[in-house]
Design a protein around this ligand. Structure first.
Ligand code: C5P
Length: 221
């Protein structure tokens, strides 16, 4: 029955941006609102799943019956995700910062007037989706998102393979504003691509929850 068809399933959802400090007052981040990830966490919990939402800083209420773990940096999100294994499914919706400052300055970087602007040296953050996809305790289902501006289907299919996830939801961010209320995706799996119509982030979450429920229904003995 739809209402509790994910009962007993432990599901990890990442959502929101990460925030990477530069000095005590400055940071690197992005425009992720957290809306899509929170809608997915809510839809899964409403169907009985035990949802652990690993969230960057957003201004959204925690959905009902969801356990929320707040993090700031990609490194913290990565560690929180690994600490929650094993799970049945991992849905990586967070807009994780690709890079962080290689050193966080203990004091505010000062303008010195005559000198050149400071250079920010960056290092790459760990890829949470790829790590979960290759983990020893790999979830039975790993799902990622991809925001592209060109060659949507080709780049997304390459990304799905490169990351090693099962499903990838790809959207064209040149058409849909990052952080907006609506979404339109291509749903990519190992066996093909389904273009989903434009819909609200809540409706997209319901569609994805349907797919996840039927995945586990088919998997059951
Ligand atoms: O490579 P790209 O950032 O486009 O991949 C997007 C997907 O990978 C999203 O599902 C995002 O949550 C995930 N990701 C991640 N850790 C990173 C970068 C991206 O989990 N460091």
């Amino acid at each position: 029955h739809k209402q509790a068809d994910l009962k007993g399933r432990r599901i990890l959802v990442t959502a929101g941006p990460t925030v990477e400090p530069i000095d005590p007052v400055r940071f690197i981040s992005n425009r992720s609102s957290g809306l899509q990830g929170y809608a997915i966490a809510e839809a899964l919990a409403a169907r009985g799943a035990e949802v652990h939402l690993i969230s960057g800083p957003v201004s959204l209420p925690t959905p009902p019956h969801v356990t929320r773990i707040n993090v700031q940096t990609a490194q913290e999100m990565y560690e929180a995700c690994l600490a929650h294994l094993p799970v049945d499914a991992a849905i990586c919706v967070a807009a994780v910062s690709d890079w962080r400052a290689d050193t966080i300055q203990a004091h505010k970087i000062k303008k010195k007037g005559d000198e050149a602007a400071p250079t920010l040296s960056l290092v790459e953050n760990p890829d949470i989706l790829a790590t979960l996809s290759h983990a020893e305790q790999r979830p039975a289902l790993v799902v990622g998102f991809a925001a592209e501006t060109t060659h949507l289907q080709d780049y997304a299919q390459q990304k799905r393979q490169k990351k090693g996830c099962d499903w990838l939801l790809a959207n064209d961010v040149s058409k849909h504003q990052f952080g907006g209320a609506e979404n339109q995706v291509l749903f990519l799996t190992g066996s093909g691509v389904e273009p989903w119509p434009e819909m609200s982030k809540q409706d997209l979450a319901q569609h994805l929850a349907d797919k996840i429920a039927s995945f586990f229904h088919q998997e059951a003995p």
